[in-house]
Design a protein around this ligand. Structure first.
Ligand code: T46
Length: 140
């Protein structure tokens, strides 16, 4: 899917001493990071998200455990499993997302390109689709 991408960060170390993943924000993240938040303690049967952002880029990293991320536009759809702390999922603007299948102890960290702004959310799917068709110009 063109509006999302996988980012592999370094994983320094080995099994007998453990691992360290550095993120050099200006080199490893394709935008200037303005906000960090994390989601945790989510029961296995809960689905979160159900929205898009008009003007926000994010990178999602599952620091512990695993979680599935459904990403969707009017033209494409992909579900990505995040289960390694050195793998990031980039999500661009105007992508509908739902997060589900949180494992026990899952911690989902998100690096965001802007400060929190509820006005940037599209939480109504019909409204999202109408704007997204215009945004993507009928192209994938
Ligand atoms: C996203 C996915 C991956 C804040 O006050 N500040 C914040 O920085 C954020 C992210 C949320 N909030 C408030 C807004 C709601 O009252 O926290 C509450 C829960 O947020 P929401 O229901 O939007 O959470 P999720 O898990 O559905 O979505 C979150 C992000 O909001 C969203 O941007 O892309 O994670």
């Amino acid at each position: 899917m063109t509006s999302i991408g996988r980012i592999e960060f370094k994983s320094l170390g080995k099994d007998n001493i453990g691992y360290l993943t550095p993120i050099e924000a200006s080199e490893d993240i394709p935008f200037a990071v303005e906000r960090i938040y994390y989601i945790y303690g989510v029961p296995a049967d809960v689905r979160r998200g159900f929205h898009s952002h008009k003007d926000l880029k994010q990178v999602l990293i599952c620091l512990n455990g695993s979680v599935d991320i459904l990403c969707k536009t009017p033209y494409e759809e992909e579900t990505v499993t995040l289960d390694k702390p050195n793998i990031g999922l980039f999500i661009g603007e105007m992508v509908w997302r739902e997060m589900f299948n949180f494992s026990e102890g899952a911690v989902l960290m998100v690096l965001a390109s802007r400060h929190f702004d509820e006005n940037d959310y599209l939480r109504n799917y019909e409204q999202y689709i109408n704007l997204a068709v215009d945004y993507f110009g009928g192209n994938k």
